[in-house]
Design a binder for this molecule. Structure first.
Ligand SMILES: Nc1nc2c(ncn2[C@@H]2O[C@H](COP(=O)(O)OP(=O)(O)OP(=O)(O)O)[C@@H](O)[C@H]2O)c(=O)[nH]1
Ligand SMILES: [Zn+2]
Length: 351
């Protein structure tokens, strides 16, 4: 467990500068949270750059300045006419229509790729846009909170997951439900809902990624809420099952960034392009957490309720034997037709 890493994420979320990699590392400041004052304090001599992901660089038409193969970070010189607010417009695609004139930009060598990757990962783990003001650490930065890059990369790793407790949890559709709570130090809570006699053979299993808008508010933009209830019903009907409720909101980009993706969808982008324009991968989820939870429950072989072949291959690669993919079709309606068609056509979902 890394207390330093958790503190660094917290500091980033408060709009303060942090060090990745100590005195020889990178000083970084979240672009979306930096005030003009914080930026001029961070970058008195105007030499800090912008660090963004390869995905965001592509949507800024920096295709001629692609990072070297395998590199995910792109470093841009910040021209002096771009202030803190202008930097937000570089980072946040929701502003692409209202402030379209960006660039020309020139890229700079990223330097130590592991530092840059850890810095962007820290922004993602903090639920922020993956865009940072960045410069080399200076002696005066000694007062900033610092963390080794490796500690950011191993934060929330599946091995850090612990079972915290169990309780009965009768739910609609499964009055015999029991819940098992898991947590990584400082990280989000993941739950397993156990339905009926799930411990025989290969239990019917569902990996459900949190969707506050769909699960709680009843959003009609997606199929999540109905899939959640249909999964519990299917488990009861099968005599038992395991539902993992994973805190991986927005396919792992976090709630606020998912709402930014929704704003982009209001502008006409589909769910895939919205993620990419924001600078994220199409799917940022790590099914390692789910595999670890199943192993801790003593389960190594499952029948998986999903339409997403990526979940089947992801779990199989992590040592869970998926003996069958069981389709889960629920919640299709006129308002999510386009969303589901995108899943079918662009992410290989099988409906
Ligand atoms: N980034 C992003 N996430 C979304 C969007 N719509 C829904 N989500 C998230 O997508 C996730 C849905 O995950 P799952 O229910 O596991 O669905 P799936 O991966 O499509 O696969 P299935 O098992 O077939 O349902 C949830 O975390 C939602 O919050 C969107 O437009 N953008
Ligand atoms: Zn949803």
């Amino acid at each position: 467990m890394s207390v330093a890493a958790e503190r660094v994420l917290d500091e980033l979320k408060r709009g303060r500068a942090v060090l990745i990699g100590g005195a020889d590392g990178l000083a970084v400041l979240s672009v979306e949270l930096a005030t003009e004052e914080a930026l001029s304090l961070f970058d008195g001599d105007g030499r800090a750059d912008l660090l963004i992901t390869d995905k965001r660089a592509q949507s800024l038409n920096l295709a001629n300045q692609r990072p070297a193969a395998g590199m995910r970070a792109v470093r841009l010189a910040r021209p002096d006419w771009i202030d803190a607010a202008g930097s937000v417009a570089v980072a946040d695609p929701v502003l692409d229509l209202s402030s379209p004139l960006k660039g020309p930009f020139s890229t700079r060598p990223v330097g130590d790729d592991s530092l840059a990757a850890a810095a962007l990962q820290a922004a993602k783990l903090a639920g922020l846009l993956p865009a940072l003001h960045v410069r080399a650490a200076r002696p005066a930065d000694a007062e900033l909170l610092s963390v080794p890059a490796a500690e950011i990369m191993s934060l929330r790793a599946p091995e850090t997951l612990r079972e915290i407790g169990r309780a009965k949890l009768p739910v609609k559709g499964a009055e015999d439900g029991r819940v098992v709570a898991f947590r990584s130090p400082g990280g989000p809570e993941h739950l397993a809902l156990l339905v009926g006699r799930w411990d025989r053979g290969t239990p019917l299993t569902r990996l459900h990624s949190a969707c506050l808008t769909g699960d709680v508010l009843g959003s009609l933009k997606c199929d999540c809420g109905d899939q959640l209830h249909a999964a519990v019903a299917a488990m009861t009907e099968a005599g038992g099952g395991i539902l993992l409720y994973l805190q991986q909101e927005g396919r792992g980009i976090g709630l606020i960034n998912k709402l930014r993706a929704y704003a982009l969808q209001d502008q006409g982008y589909d769910t895939v392009d919205a993620n990419l324009r924001l600078g994220f991968e199409i799917d940022e989820r790590d099914f390692g957490i789910a595999a670890a939870m199943l192993k801790m429950l003593g389960v190594s072989s499952i029948r998986l309720l999903t339409n997403n072949p990526g979940k089947v291959s992801g779990l199989s690669a992590l040592g869970i034997d998926v003996t069958e993919r069981v389709p889960l079709v629920a919640g299709h309606g006129p308002l999510n037709e386009g969303y589901l068609a995108t899943k079918r056509d662009r992410t290989g979902h099988q409906f």
